[in-house]
Design a protein around this ligand. Structure first.
Ligand code: SF4
Length: 314
């Protein structure tokens, strides 16, 4: 069931996920399309997430946005982030910027190699933030040779997270704590629970499908939403994912299509990364419990594979 509408306010709106926002020229959504988007979201009872560019919007756009409850996703480079719900940083270099609000969600987009080299830069942020999401911009190039280094990086960050929990600061960190908190799959829901409207007035399964040269629209705000084979975007139609328990996995529809040409079939790399996180979460849960009672009733089973496709094969 559709629950969220993502509205890209400009072609240069920040990416907050795996994709790169490749259109470099500013192209603001028209007021007419913005108003229609808000009306449509009200009619369909959807929560809107507005995705901002770095440059400021004109007053009329800001006033229109404020006519509906919403979430603001802003780049850290925006003129003002004090009203943002989510602030996106590009790379691990930029995160020394002061946080104006502790309760804001932080997203850091980084290459895997940078994360492996510089993950200790997250220590301070883990102590300050309430919610930190690290998103890899090159998951598809994750090599089997990177597995040990990723496992060790997460083990190192687990020590920091454990100390925060023991000291009554239960920071949420997507790579390590989401799997502990979740009891079922919680993926991005592109094309199922979430749809995106771009400045061109067209709907896309997610923002990546707008920026990618191979992307395609699925209807427009003047007409209607029309997703071909829409069942394929649902978890029930992903035969491996629906039986998987790496609940924190993004199960990125765009990466699926890019790497396997099927929206409901993930790549080996996406599964391995998600399972290394799952297993690190299991060890973190055990480590926190050594200090006292925590999440009683929650168990993460020990497994001996990193790619569910390997055990699914006959
Ligand atoms: S780890 Fe692989 S099988 Fe499991 S949800 Fe993610 S993409 Fe699907």
């Amino acid at each position: 069931m559709l629950r969220y509408l993502i509205v890209l306010l400009d072609d240069t709106s920040t990416s907050f996920c795996h994709y790169t926002a490749s259109n470099k020229e500013p192209n603001l959504i028209s007021l007419d399309i913005l108003r229609k988007a808000i009306r449509w979201a009200m009619t369909e009872n959807l929560t809107i997430q507005f995705v901002y560019p770095s440059h400021e919007l004109l007053d009329e756009w800001n006033e229109t946005i404020e006519t509906i409850d919403h979430v603001k996703i802003k780049p850290a480079t925006a003129a003002s982030t004090s009203d943002a719900d989510v602030v996106v940083f590009e790379g691990l270099e930029a995160i020394d910027m002061p946080l104006s609000k502790r309760d804001v969600s932080i997203v850091i987009r980084t290459r895997m190699s940078d994360f492996l080299d510089k993950h200790d830069r997250l220590h301070k942020l883990l102590a300050q933030a309430n919610r930190l999401n690290v998103v890899f911009t090159d998951v598809d190039s994750f090599a089997d040779d990177d597995q040990k280094a990723y496992d060790e990086a997460l083990a190192s960050l687990s020590l920091v997270v454990k100390n925060e929990y023991v000291n009554n600061h239960p920071v949420q960190f997507n790579l390590l704590t989401d799997r502990i908190m979740l009891t079922e799959m919680n993926n991005c829901g592109a094309g199922d629970s979430t749809i995106t409207l771009a400045p061109d007035g067209q709907f896309y399964v997610c923002p990546a499908f707008y920026y990618d040269a191979d992307g395609y629209p699925v209807g427009n705000i003047e007409g209607r939403l029309d997703i071909p084979n829409k069942q394929l975007y649902r978890l029930q139609y992903a035969p491996i994912c629906r039986r998987c328990d790496a609940y924190q996995c993004h199960r990125c529809i765009w990466l699926n299509r890019k790497t396997t040409l099927e929206v409901n079939t993930p790549s080996h790399e996406q599964c391995v990364v998600a399972h290394i996180e799952r297993n690190a979460s299991r060890r973190l849960l055990e480590a926190i419990r050594q200090e006292g009672e925590f999440m009683s009733g929650t168990e993460i089973e020990e497994i001996d594979y990193l790619d569910p496709f390997e055990i699914a094969r006959p």
